[in-house]
Ligand binder design. Structure first.
Ligand code: URA
Length: 198
């Protein structure tokens, strides 16, 4: 096993043992990231859902199925990516991430990014977009409701591309978002093909 893989395994164990915030009290499993440790593309979701909490793996529930489908729309392979979340523990259904939990959990995500050093980070939903923009010193829209205007476009910074996307789960609650989401993933496919293929 290489040094990076070892470091990712140690990190995963720390996530599983974590009690840094109140979310650890209600979870069944903490959910570390998983996937290709040398991935070109990292996907950052918001937080595990109930299915993920049961088994301790990201994107294995309905959001994951939708994400696989949208990756196909972009012409990308889900298996070649590294997948993780802003929060490593489930949050109560219909609630938003609290900043106290985001701040407690953020060092895990920062270490994943440092170890994998992805060329492209796909963020899913408003909170991951906000946090990844802040981490890369990109200007964050002042109001949450204006964040969707960022979706479907590349933001190049520090040799990396941040590509904010709507969260696939939003389609489950609002079917009318489907056409725009499809178009955003097609735009991702085009961007990668035109700019980042050797
Ligand atoms: N499952 C995850 O792992 N992340 C999400 O953001 C949603 C569901």
């Amino acid at each position: 096993m290489g040094d990076e893989e070892k470091a990712l395994e140690e990190l995963a164990q720390e996530v599983k043992d974590c009690h840094r915030c109140i979310l650890s009290e209600r979870r069944f499993c903490a959910v570390p990231g998983e996937g290709d440790g040398h991935a070109f593309l990292m996907i950052v979701g918001q937080a595990p859902g109930e299915g993920e909490d049961m088994v301790g793996r990201p994107f294995i529930g309905p959001s994951g199925h939708l994400l696989r489908y949208f990756m196909g729309v972009a012409g990308l392979s889900f298996g070649d990516t590294y997948r993780t979340n802003l929060l490593k523990c489930m949050i109560p259904r219909y609630s938003r991430p609290k900043w106290a939990s985001i701040c407690a959990c953020l060092p895990f995500l920062e270490r994943e990014i440092a170890l994998i050093s992805p060329r492209v980070i796909l963020t899913l939903g408003k909170f991951p977009a906000k946090v990844l923009f802040k981490l890369h010193s990109l200007p964050v829209p002042p109001e949450n409701r204006t964040i969707p205007a960022l979706f479907g476009k590349p933001y190049e910074v520090q040799g990396r591309v941040i590509f904010p996307m709507p969260h696939p789960a939003s389609i489950i609650y609002n079917h009318s978002l489907l056409p725009d989401t499809m178009e955003h993933f097609r735009a991702l496919g085009r961007f990668l093909q035109e700019n980042l293929t050797e």
